[in-house]
Design a protein around this ligand. Structure first.
Ligand SMILES: Nc1nc2c(ncn2[C@@H]2O[C@H](COP(=O)(O)OP(=O)(O)OP(=O)(O)O)[C@@H](O)[C@H]2O)c(=O)[nH]1
Ligand SMILES: [Mg+2]
Length: 241
């Protein structure tokens, strides 16, 4: 398995007697640099000295099929008009998602996009913009239900790898906080890492400065994220970026 996944021969630096000594100490080969966490966890389970802990061949194949060969799943969410669909286009490097500057919502139900970058494949799910005061309670609940069904479906298909929270640069609002809690706490039960993409920063001299000025406000509202990106998501703007 180690050889197939990394192309590296296990213990290639050791002679046979040394390998026997290592095995007698229950040592295992070192982790190669070019191996993902998913691959490494799987390999380690196959090496377990307790045979009951080792995976069956069918489980290994299942694991390879879901965790390793499937594209990484990213779910994009945020307020209406935050720039979610523009962000999809930015990631895809072409116009695949429909965007609009109208007052009405543009993305009316979730839609998936296959996007490749950095040598990896991703499925990015663009979701309905959630803004309770603007939508009215009935429409809001219908939209939450649409998103809930998506999350449940993805759960059955191997889970979500990343939540991408799209925020338009501005003040921290109740909507921002409730969207964060809805996805992070209630829908994904705090199990999925979440990163922020802050849009509409074309007027900043240096976009990252916005984060430096506003990070403490996110902390204050207990919006905790694993990372952030300050971007200009729309194309053909007058700004500097
Ligand atoms: N100035 C500026 N405009 C942006 C930026 N990102 C998106 N927009 C514009 O904001 C408007 C809304 O963008 P969308 O990508 O449709 O937003 P959305 O979050 O998908 O909206 P809904 O699907 O309606 O929830 C469009 O006119 C975009 O061109 C940005 O970084 N800067
Ligand atoms: Mg949209």
């Amino acid at each position: 398995m180690l050889f197939i996944v990394s192309g590296d021969i296990p213990w290639k630096e050791k002679a046979h007697p040394q390998i026997i000594i290592e095995l007698s100490k229950r040592a295992t080969p070192a982790r190669p640099d070019n191996i993902s966490d998913d691959h490494w966890n799987l390999i380690q389970k196959c090496w377990s000295w307790n045979s009951a802990d080792r995976l069956e061949a069918a489980e290994v194949i299942g694991c390879l099929a879901t965790k390793i060969t499937r594209p990484k799943t990213i779910v994009l969410f945020g307020d209406t008009g935050a720039g979610k669909s523009s962000l999809v286009n930015l990631m895809a490097d072409k116009e695949v998602a429909c965007t609009s500057s109208d007052m009405r919502r543009c993305t009316m139900q979730w839609k998936d996009y296959a996007i490749d970058f950095g040598g990896d494949s991703y499925t990015v799910f663009d979701t309905i913009g959630l803004h309770e005061p603007q939508l009215g309670i009935k429409e809001y609940l219908k939209s939450v239900e649409n998103v809930y069904r998506l999350i449940k479906e993805l759960d059955g298909r191997g889970g979500i790898d990343l939540l991408l929270f799209c925020v338009r640069a501005g003040r921290v609002t109740a909507t921002l906080q409730s969207n964060y809690r809805l996805f992070h706490e209630f829908l994904c039960e705090k199990k999925v890492p979440i990163v922020l993409a802050i849009t509409n920063l074309e007027r900043e001299q240096r976009m990252e400065t916005w984060w430096e000025r506003n990070q403490s406000t996110f902390d204050k509202y207990q919006i905790q994220v694993a990372g952030h990106a300050c971007v200009t998501a729309a194309n053909k703007l007058d700004g500097r970026h």
